[in-house]
Design a binder for this molecule. Structure first.
Ligand SMILES: Cc1cc2nc3c(=O)[nH]c(=O)nc-3n(C[C@H](O)[C@H](O)[C@H](O)COP(=O)(O)OP(=O)(O)OC[C@H]3O[C@@H](n4cnc5c(N)ncnc54)[C@H](O)[C@@H]3O)c2cc1C
Length: 482
C-alpha cells in the first residue's frame, strides 16, 4: 500500500513524520511518499543565514501556549535549541495619531488585565477606557448568530478598542479584515471566555491566575509566550526532513492533478492517481493534500468539481516581509520593545514591524539592529504589485516617519508570500462541514494545512498529526480488506 502526501510545508512534513512514527510502531507495510514542488522543504518557513545574521523570510516564532510545536521540537531532539524572547524588552507599541504608544502592560492580546497601566495609558481616550471597562458588567451574548471579530469587539469592548488594538494586533495575525473575519474560527478562545466567565476581563484574569499557578508547579526549562529555535525556524523543518530522508522525499516535483484510475491494471489497483508535471504518475491508496488551499482546489478539480468549488471559496491574501539591518549607532529611536503594529486608521503602507534583534538574541551581531516590516494583507495587497526596490524604499520612508530612521541599511531582504494567508471569513465553519461531508465520497483522501483549522505553526503541526492518525486508521481498515 502507498500513502502520498502532497506539499512539503510544516503541515505536510508533520503529517509525514507522524505517519512514519505510527507506522514504525505497527506491522503494516505501507510506503509513504512526500511530494514537494520546490527544491527545498519548509514552505513558508525559510531562514537565511548571512554575515552573522539570522533572517526569517516567513514565520519567526510560534506560540508556546499551543503545545504541539514545542512537543514536536522535543520529539526531534531540539528541546535544548528552543529560544525564548528577551523578556526585559517585552513591550509592544501601537501607532496612534502618528506616534508610537505603549500597549499598556498586562494586555493579553486586546484584553486589559492590569488596571493601573491601563488607566495611565496614552493610547486609549478616557471615554474609550470607560467603554472597555463596561465589559465587566455587560451580559453574555444571547443570539447564536455567528459574529465577526469586529462585531464581537465592538459589543464587548467598544469601537476604540477595535480600531486601536484588536484590528492591528489580533486581525493582523491573519493579515485580515476584522469586519469579515469569523471570531469562532479565528479566536474561539474569546468566545469561550465570554461563555465561561461572561466578562472577557474577568475571564482573562482567571486564566492568567491559572497560568501563573501552572508555571509555578511546572518544572523544566523556561518558556515565553513566543518561542523560536537558536538557528531560526528552519531548524525545525530541517530536522523533520532529516528524520524523513531516505524514505521517499520527492522535491522539485509539481503535482498537477489527482484522479481515480480509469485503468486499474497499470497502477496495481490503487484508488488514486497522482499526476506530476513531466508525465510521471504515482498510484496511492491514501492521499493527504497539504498544499495551499487554492492549489488543493485546482488539484482536485478533475476528481470532484464540487469539492474543488468549496475549496475555492476559502480565499487567501498575499503579504511580504522586508528585513533591514542597520548599524545600531545610527539608530536614535529607543529600541526597548518587540516592535509595533499599525491600525488601518493611520493610513500607513506597512502593517507592522518586528524589532527582531531586540525580540530574540542570536539574530544579529551586537553593533547592528535587525528589523522587519510587513506589507500587503487584506487592506493593502495592491502594494505588492510594485518592484522589490520600490517596496523597500517605501518601507524605509515609513520607518523614517515613524521611527526617524534616516540611515542606509547595510543589508536588505524581501520575501513575497503570494496568497499564503488564508482568510477564515464568516461561514468558515460551515465550509469545513461541507468539505468533511464531500470527503466522505473519497475514502482515503484528506486535507490538512493552514487554511482549515488554524493558521499558526503549532496549529498546522497539530492538524498534520491528527490527519496522519485519521489516515492511519483508514489504512489499517483498508489493509485488512485487501
Ligand atoms: C509572512 C508570514 C509570517 C508568518 N508568521 C507566523 C509566525 O510568526 N508564527 C506562526 O505561528 N505562524 C506564522 N505564519 C503562518 C504559518 O507560517 C503558516 O500558516 C504555515 O507555515 C503554513 O504551512 P503549510 O504547510 O500549511 O503551508 P505552506 O508553508 O504554504 O506549504 C505548502 C507547500 O506546498 C507546496 N506546493 C504547492 N503547490 C504544490 C504542488 N502543485 N505540488 C507539490 N507541492 C506543492 C509548496 O511549495 C509548499 O512547500 C506566517 C505566515 C506568513 C506567510
Amino acid at each position: 500500500m502507498r500513502a502520498v502526501i502532497i506539499g512539503g510545508g510544516i503541515s505536510g512534513l508533520s503529517a509525514a513524520y507522524y505517519l512514519h512514527r505510527e507506522l514504525s510502531r505497527s506491522a503494516l507495510d505501507i510506503e509513504v511518499v512526500l511530494i514537494e514542488k520546490g527544491k527545498r522543504f519548509g514552505g513558508c518557513i525559510v531562514t537565511e543565514k548571512a554575515d552573522g545574521f539570522i533572517i526569517e523570510g516567513g514565520p519567526d516564532c510560534f506560540l508556546s501556549e499551543k503545545p504541539w510545536a514545542i512537543q514536536l521540537c522535543e520529539d526531534l531532539g531540539l528541546g535544548d535549541r528552543l529560544l525564548c524572547t528577551n523578556e526585559e524588552n517585552r513591550r509592544v507599541f501601537i501607532l496612534s495619531g502618528g506616534k508610537l504608544h505603549d500597549l499598556p502592560e498586562g494586555f493579553m492580546l486586546m484584553i486589559p488585565t492590569s488596571f493601573t497601566p491601563f488607566l495611565k495609558s496614552s493610547l486609549i481616550s478616557l471615554p474609550g477606557k470607560f467603554r472597555m471597562a463596561m465589559d465587566l458588567f455587560l451580559p453574555r451574548k444571547r443570539s447564536a448568530k455567528e459574529e465577526s471579530l469586529a462585531q464581537f469587539v465592538r459589543r464587548r469592548l467598544g469601537t476604540e478598542a477595535l480600531e486601536k488594538i484588536a484590528e492591528p494586533l489580533v486581525a493582523g495575525i491573519h493579515a485580515g479584515t476584522p469586519e469579515t473575519m469569523s471570531l469562532m474560527s479565528t479566536f474561539p478562545r474569546f468566545l469561550q471566555l465570554e461563555e465561561e466567565y461572561r466578562s472577557l476581563i474577568r475571564g482573562m484574569l482567571a486564566r492568567r491566575r491559572m497560568a501563573r499557578e501552572f508555571a509555578q508547579r511546572r518544572s523544566g526549562p523556561k518558556r515565553t509566550m513566543f518561542m523560536t529555535l537558536l538557528d531560526g525556524m528552519m531548524e525545525l523543518t530541517d530536522a523533520l526532513k532529516a528524520r524523513l530522508d531516505g524514505r521517499s522525499l520527492l522535491s522539485d516535483k509539481k503535482v498537477i492533478r489527482i484522479n481515480r484510475p480509469r485503468n486499474n491494471a497499470s497502477l496495481n489497483n490503487f484508488t488514486y492517481e497522482v499526476h506530476c508535471e513531466g508525465g510521471e504518475t504515482l498510484g496511492a491508496d491514501c492521499v493527504i493534500l497539504a498544499t495551499p488551499v487554492t492549489v488543493t482546489a485546482e488539484l482536485l478539480q478533475a476528481l470532484d468539481w464540487t469539492l474543488s468549488e468549496v475549496l475555492f471559496s476559502i480565499s487567501s491574501v498575499s503579504t511580504a516581509t522586508i528585513s533591514l539591518v542597520y548599524r545600531q549607532a545610527e539608530i536614535h529611536h529607543p529600541l526597548d520593545g518587540f516592535g509595533f503594529v499599525i491600525p488601518r486608521a493611520e493610513k500607513r503602507k506597512i502593517m507592522a514591524s518586528t524589532w527582531t534583534s531586540v525580540k530574540f538574541s542570536h539574530r544579529s551581531p551586537p553593533d547592528s539592529f535587525l528589523l522587519r516590516a510587513f506589507v500587503g494583507g487584506a487592506q493593502n495587497e495592491d502594494l505588492l504589485e510594485m518592484d522589490d526596490d520600490v517596496i523597500i524604499n517605501m518601507v524605509r520612508k515609513e520607518l523614517k516617519d515613524i521611527m526617524g530612521i534616516t540611515a542606509d541599511p547595510i543589508l536588505t531582504r524581501l520575501y513575497r508570500w503570494d496568497k499564503s494567508m488564508p482568510q477564515y471569513r464568516l461561514g468558515h465553519a460551515e465550509i469545513l462541514s461541507r468539505l468533511e461531508e464531500r470527503l466522505l465520497r473519497h475514502p482515503g483522501l484528506y486535507l490538512t494545512g493552514c487554511a482549515y483549522r488554524g493558521i499558526g505553526i503549532s496549529d498546522c503541526i497539530h492538524d498534520g498529526k491528527l490527519t496522519a492518525e485519521k489516515a492511519l486508521r483508514f489504512l489499517k481498515k483498508y489493509g485488512n480488506r485487501i
